[in-house]
Design a protein around this ligand. Structure first.
Ligand code: NAI
Length: 328
């Protein structure tokens, strides 16, 4: 039998955690033949709730789940981790300035980066979900100097999936007919969902849709503001869809993108497409054998250039702000 893969999940007692853990344990993260051991990290006040979730995991009798351990200490939680899903974060509360938010999250992602550096397995793959996800990933990464930078990623797969759903609806097709959609930049309202290289049943999506007003006034804002619309409707932020996107992100990273397609992941920039080196920005990415590559050579039109530059400028501002705070 195979050795179980250690999956560390932070914020395990939160609402995304509740939607995520059962799917990991059932084999949807890594594959139906890969046993997993869950290592849950929570703050001390939430450990009891995490224990309750662990009882329910027991009660599912998942054949692939070889154990659940719960920690309130990051060093222990990341020991031997092969996959780390960093979901727990400090949300923005009323009256909180952006600097306060970045500082509070620095207090979470700096020690977690250090713990990953100290004890994670050599093949560690990190996905940051907790917001501001790109910059939290940057903070964690900068405190894990011994871990290759490409192992730290942030989630824009929910944005990608949201964009697929909107485009499929507009075109009257199934999401399965769509390829090569891209989310560029920051997981924030400035993100740019790009359909200029996307394909609908093999034909260029932007040309097929041929509706620039829809693109600018409907599609882009709907995707970018979807999180707020969910909160408005549900009275709580997206949880099951976020968990589903986290499953997709890691599954694609580990198992590869399909021939003729790509996905969106926020990864460390090598300077591609004018994104300053070192920023963790969303790109079109292919994956193979557990490694990702930024898709090269795409022609970026003027409209896309402006949108990408605006989102990347926001990432650079966030980086400068955390640098000023001494967090990176
Ligand atoms: P939640 O508030 O329900 O759960 C967060 C959990 O994290 C809580 O149980 C809390 O105790 C825990 N936590 C806080 N500090 C921690 C620490 N230092 N170590 C371990 N656990 C810690 O929040 P929810 O809805 O589960 O969302 C989690 C994060 O995901 C938020 O930051 C949210 O903004 C973000 N998010 C990101 C998305 C993306 O597309 N990248 C989409 C949706 C949400």
């Amino acid at each position: 039998t195979r050795t179980p893969v250690n999956v560390t999940v932070t914020g395990a007692a939160g609402q995304i955690g509740y939607a995520l853990l059962f799917r990991i344990a059932s084999g949807q993260l890594l594959g139906a033949d890969v046993p997993v051991r869950l290592r849950l990290l929570e703050i001390p006040q939430a450990v009891k709730a995490a224990e309750g979730t662990a009882m329910e995991l027991d009660d599912c009798a998942f054949p692939l789940l070889s154990g659940v351990d719960i920690f309130d200490d990051a060093t222990k939680a990341f020991e031997g981790a092969n996959v780390a899903l960093l979901v727990g974060a400090r949300p923005r509360t009323k009256g909180m300035e952006r600097g306060d938010l970045l500082e509070a999250n620095g207090g979470i992602f700096k020690p977690q980066g250090e713990a990953i550096n100290a004890g994670a397995a050599d093949d560690i793959k990190v996905l940051v979900v907790g917001n501001p996800a790109n910059t939290n990933a940057l903070i964690a990464r900068s405190h894990a100097p011994d871990v290759p930078a490409e192992r730290f990623t942030a989630m824009t797969r929910l944005d990608h999936n949201r964009a697929l759903a909107q485009l499929a609806r507009k075109a009257g097709v199934s999401v399965a007919d769509l390829r090569k959609l891209t989310i560029w930049g920051n997981h924030s309202a400035t993100q740019y969902p790009d359909i200029f290289h996307a394909e609908i049943a093999g034909k260029n999506a932007a040309e097929t849709v041929n509706d620039q007003a829809w693109l600018e006034n409907d599609f882009i804002p709907t995707v970018a503001k979807r999180g707020a619309a969910i909160i408005e409707a549900r009275g709580a932020s997206s949880a099951a869809s976020a968990a589903s996107a986290a499953i997709d992100h890691v599954h694609t990273w580990v198992n590869g993108t399909a021939e003729g397609d790509w996905t969106s992941m926020a990864v460390v920039s090598d300077g591609s497409y004018g994104v300053p080196e070192g920023l963790i920005s969303s790109f079109p990415v292919t994956t193979k054998d557990g490694a990702w590559e930024i898709v090269q050579g795409l022609e970026i039109n003027e409209f896309s250039r402006g949108r990408i530059d605006a989102s990347v400028a926001e990432l650079a501002e966030e980086r400068d702000a955390v640098r000023k705070l001494g967090l990176i």
